[in-house]
Design a protein around this ligand. Structure first.
Ligand SMILES: [Zn+2]
Length: 299
């Protein structure tokens, strides 16, 4: 088992995982860009691993699957919901537009530049899965069993976690973050259930989509964050507080020091929709999130 980890847990720096057995390699997630994915491939080669026969895409966000095109021989597996979402998930052309001069004066443009300007989106072709599933699927890798468990919609529409029972390990994809998470699909209650599903496996090591490897307590702490945010947002929704103000003012208790607090704006917009508010168009959410970041940097 290997985990490919970044020291930077922020936007676009996602972890990958590897299961090796009997001359076969299964890879969990690629990287955001082609150069970053080539670095991942070089690391696999350096470790002397067999070629990747199976590639699991945990969800449709680009930082987990835009390197898929560099694995032309692999069977690419994802949930059916992820396969449907992949072509529409902030495609490379949208990222280029957000980084363009045209939007440079907007809060969304400024925020995107701050967090995404260093990524090279050239040459990316969003490559869909070759196999899809719903629910639970067991896969054999050499002599080992790997269990793919669909837990979405939670962070995104089609989240999958990868459980390796004989190693007591779960690759959690973006069901687990070390910073403030961002919720694109929700509701938060589904995400809380996804955390419970990780805990039910009894795994002792859990590899998040972003951040360092944790044990079960790390999952319980993160679940506590989701519970807190769920309850605080509901109170503010019921009181008629706008989502972007709710996101900025809600008390975070033990989670006050987590990075990327502005992500709560996007999470709140989605959770409010589940509570009955109109769906907020992504450009508006991004603008509000960028503004929250700019306001917080001023203080
Ligand atoms: Zn991610």
């Amino acid at each position: 088992m290997y985990a490919y980890l970044h020291s930077d847990s922020g936007w676009g720096h996602s972890n990958a995982g590897v299961v090796v057995s009997g001359g076969e390699t299964l890879l969990v997630d690629t990287q955001y860009t082609l150069p970053m994915t080539r670095q991942l491939i070089a690391a696999l080669e350096m470790a002397g691993l067999p070629p990747v026969a199976t590639l699991v895409t945990t969800h449709a966000n680009g930082d987990h699957c835009w390197g898929n095109g560099l694995f032309p021989a692999a069977d690419i597996v994802a949930s059916a919901a992820t396969a449907s979402a992949m072509p529409h998930d902030f495609p490379p052309a949208t990222m280029r537009r957000l980084l363009s001069e045209e939007l440079a004066a907007t809060a969304a443009g400024r925020y995107t530049r701050q967090h995404f300007a260093d990524f090279d989106f050239d040459g990316i072709v969003v490559v869909p899965p070759t196999s899809t599933f719903t629910g639970v699927q067991e896969r054999a890798v050499g002599g080992r069993t790997v269990v793919l468990i669909e837990v979405g919609p939670a962070h995104s529409d089609g989240d999958v976690i990868v459980h390796v029972p004989d190693a007591g390990l779960v690759f959690a994809g973006d069901i687990l973050f070390s910073d403030h998470p961002v919720m694109w699909a929700g509701p938060l209650q589904n995400w809380i259930s996804a955390c419970d599903r990780i805990l039910q496996t009894g795994a002792t090591r859990i590899v998040p989509g972003h951040g360092p490897v944790v044990g079960p307590q790390g999952v319980r702490d993160f679940r506590g964050y989701l519970e807190l945010v769920s309850s605080e947002l509901r109170q503010r929704f019921d009181a008629g507080v706008p989502y972007w103000i709710a996101a900025t003012e809600l008390p975070l208790g033990p989670y006050e020091d987590l990075a990327l607090r502005e992500r709560l704006v996007a999470t709140a917009a989605v959770e409010y929709h589940h509570l009955g508010a109109a769906k907020i168009p992504p450009p508006e959410v991004l603008e509000r999130m960028g503004q929250a970041y700019i306001d917080a940097s001023r203080n």
